[in-house]
Design a protein around this ligand. Structure first.
Ligand code: SF4
Length: 167
């Protein structure tokens, strides 16, 4: 049976997912043949809560994202943090230098009360992470390498260094 793969975005620019889509035709056909993609909001509307491998894009910046991420962790056998925002908090951590009030009023003005924000944090500040694909965005080659390793039941061999500034 093919592993079921899901992609989830939290607070992010979605560039990591776009980059994951930026595969050449041969790679796409190879990967699509080996996995079932059951959640990928940018490319399909069908969704399933039954998946084995979850790729998480983005950092956690809202209370509501915490239970959502925990539910994904409970379901996924393997959870991969995809990109600098997920791995380290990324550019979203810039907001941590300001109070929630300052930020919300500066960005949303009078609508600020509709938003509930918390300091930006990486995925592993909320749930355990199995693998990290670093970069802003990660390279397509590293993404493919991780997917192939997971399909073979191997530990992905990736450099453990940040490309972007950590917060
Ligand atoms: Fe966008 Fe970079 Fe964050 Fe990926 S890591 S979501 S490309 S800002």
């Amino acid at each position: 049976m093919k592993p079921k793969v899901a992609f989830f975005d939290f607070t992010s620019c979605e560039g990591c997912q776009l980059d994951a889509l930026n595969l050449d035709v041969g790679e796409v056909l190879g990967l699509l043949g080996a996995v079932d993609i059951v959640n990928f909001r940018e490319v399909k509307t069908d969704r399933s809560d039954d998946y084995d491998i979850a790729f998480i894009e983005g950092s956690i910046t809202k209370e509501s994202e915490i239970p959502r991420l925990q539910a994904i962790r409970n379901q996924a056998k393997v959870l991969v943090a995809l990109g600098a925002c997920a791995c380290t908090g990324g550019v979203n951590c810039l907001k941590n230098a300001y109070s929630s009030d300052e930020l919300l009023k500066g960005v949303y003005g009078e609508c600020a009360s509709f938003y509930n924000t918390i300091p930006a944090r990486p995925v592993n500040a909320v749930v355990p992470v199995d693998y990290y694909i670093r970069g802003c965005p990660p390279t397509t080659a590293e993404f493919v390498k991780v997917v192939k390793a997971l399909l073979l039941g191997k530990r992905p061999d990736l450099p453990n260094y940040p490309v972007c500034t950590e917060c």
